[in-house]
Design a protein around this ligand. Structure first.
Ligand code: ADP
Length: 490
């Protein structure tokens, strides 16, 4: 099968969060299964170019409609750790992708609407005729609309579209200008509740809604999340649309790429280990302490790795830091936020705790340090308000780091409480709390810390259960393949 992924992120070259890991990991799995997969991305100037092999310009005559004119673009090709990636580079006074950031500009909807039109135009002009186009999140929600409203009429009738919702909090709303920008026009037609009209703003189109309505199949990144967004406020206004299109929606749990995230082979950690030689893990703990200037002591390290976003429960993350320090633990945080207030808050906290021998807060993004923390920590906290899937708890388990999570979305689908789960003992792999509150978090942290100190053998059992879980792309890869076949048959 010939599949083209169109996305705004791909690990490790353009990564903000889990979307990037999914685009890379799913592509690799599909290739292993014998499919021909290509990825189309914007050519950001802030990509990790050191991870792109053989980058070269392969198309220089791409003219992309933009309002009443055409914008000249070049297309580059390169391998990202073996994956075939095309990068679209507009030559344009607006410098859409040369701003040193992936997201966060006021004109993000305009930038990514342009990217959708450019990706489709490139496929059309270069004669690509995939079986499946797989797009992701609001940034590429216009792809199926452009396919069905423009390119099908021009003969591109073969491809079917699968659309994956990674996070319903960000939906991409914009004024009628995106319709004129991309050549869709016909505002009276698209400003309709059954098409692209936003639920809350009668003057806006909603790009994620467009993707849901126009795709042949829609997936969410965990089964629990696909229910939560239909039946709770987590749908952020799209619950009704999801309900109406319910027969083409399914939850497929994300996988983790164990080629990248595997303590037995990881090149970013000094000591490789597996469930059978777990003691070796603790060499990494020493190195982590040394690197972050924490004292060597008989204490567990609790970590947080992730975006510092209200979704992630920043108030509870803060509380976890102090709770850990007051209960004989060390704490390591690696995170960053585009939100000025949250960033400022954590910088302030960092200064406050700067000389603490048991705490290190690293405000920023570092793929390499993330690997060392997963390997060196004993536990990881993920107290999210909501969590579509969550990769950090899955990666942590593979590294023998016990997750302490809130029972929501993909966290609820993957972490089973040591004391209260109805799973058999050898499938229990962490600690879970239900209430989004300090007390809720404390109840789980307390039990985890106590087990670490009082019953190290049992704690080790939990670690091994987590390491034995199979959250690879194997199962999800099969599910996606079935979905593709299902929509191709129709
Ligand atoms: P989300 O997609 O909501 O950001 P996920 O848990 O699905 O959250 O995925 C997060 C991914 O991003 C993981 O691979 C995690 O290790 C990585 N990550 C998040 N923040 C950082 C950071 N500051 N430095 C390095 N890696 C990070």
């Amino acid at each position: 099968m010939y599949i083209v992924m169109i996305a705004s992120e791909c690990a490790p070259v353009a990564k903000v969060g889990g979307l990037a890991d999914v685009v890379y990991g799913l592509t690799r799995e599909l290739e292993v299964r014998g499919n021909d997969v290509e990825i189309i991305l914007p050519k950001y100037n802030c990509m990790r170019y050191d991870h792109i092999y053989g980058l070269e310009q392969v198309y220089d005559d791409l003219w992309v409609p933009y309002y009443n004119r055409k914008v000249h673009c070049s297309v580059y090709f390169g391998f990202v750790h073996g994956r075939k990636c095309f990068f679209i580079d507009p030559h344009f006074e607006k410098n859409f992708f040369n701003r040193g950031i992936f997201y966060g500009s006021d004109d993000d909807p305009e930038r990514f609407a342009f990217f959708c039109r450019a990706a489709m135009e490139y496929m059309f002009q270069s004669g690509k005729n995939p079986d499946i186009i797989h797009c992701h999140d609001w940034q590429t929600g216009l792809v199926p609309v452009l396919l069905y409203e423009i390119y099908q009429q021009q003969g591109m009738t073969h491809p079917r579209v699968c659309y994956t919702l990674h996070n319903m909090k960000h939906q991409g709303t914009a004024g009628e200008y995106v319709l004129r920008e991309t050549g869709l026009n016909r505002a009276e037609y698209f400003y309709h509740p059954d098409r692209m009209l936003d639920t809350f703003n009668p003057f806006a189109v909603n790009l994620m809604k467009a993707g849901i309505v126009y795709s042949n199949f829609v997936t969410t990144v965990s089964p629990r999340y696909s229910e939560e967004i239909k039946y709770s406020a987590q749908g952020n206004g799209l619950g009704h649309t999801l309900y109406v299109h319910g027969d083409k929606i399914g939850g497929v749990l994300n996988g983790v790429d164990y080629e990248v995230w595997n303590p037995e082979t990881d090149i970013h950690i000094p000591y490789n280990y597996g469930a059978k030689d777990l003691d070796v893990k603790y060499g990494n703990k020493e190195v982590l302490r040394h690197r972050l200037l924490l004292r060597q002591d008989y204490k567990p390290i609790i970590a947080y790795i992730g975006r510092l976003d209200s979704q992630k429960g920043v108030d509870l993350i803060r509380h976890a830091i102090f709770y850990a320090l007051e209960h004989n633990c060390q704490f390591v945080l690696l995170g960053s936020s585009p939100d000025h207030d949250i960033n400022y808050h954590f910088w302030h906290l960092k200064h406050h705790l700067n000389d603490h021998p048991d705490c290190h807060l690293e405000i920023g993004f570092s793929e390499e340090l993330a690997h060392l923390i997963y390997a060196g920590a004993d536990m990881i906290v993920v107290p999210s308000l909501f969590e579509p899937c969550g990769l950090t708890q899955l990666i942590a388990m593979k590294y023998g780091t016990v997750p302490i999570v809130r029972e929501t979305g993909g966290l609820a689908d993957t972490v089973f409480d040591a004391d209260y789960s109805d799973k058999p003992y050898d499938e229990r792999n962490g600690y879970v709390f239900n209430d989004y509150s300090r007390e809720g978090l404390e109840s789980a942290m307390h039990r985890a810390i106590e087990l670490w100190y009082a019953h190290p053998d049992y704690f080790r059992g939990l670690i091994v259960n987590g390491m034995n879980c199979d959250y690879s792309w194997n199962h999800p890869g099969g599910h996606y393949r079935n979905i593709y076949e299902h929509i191709l048959d129709r």
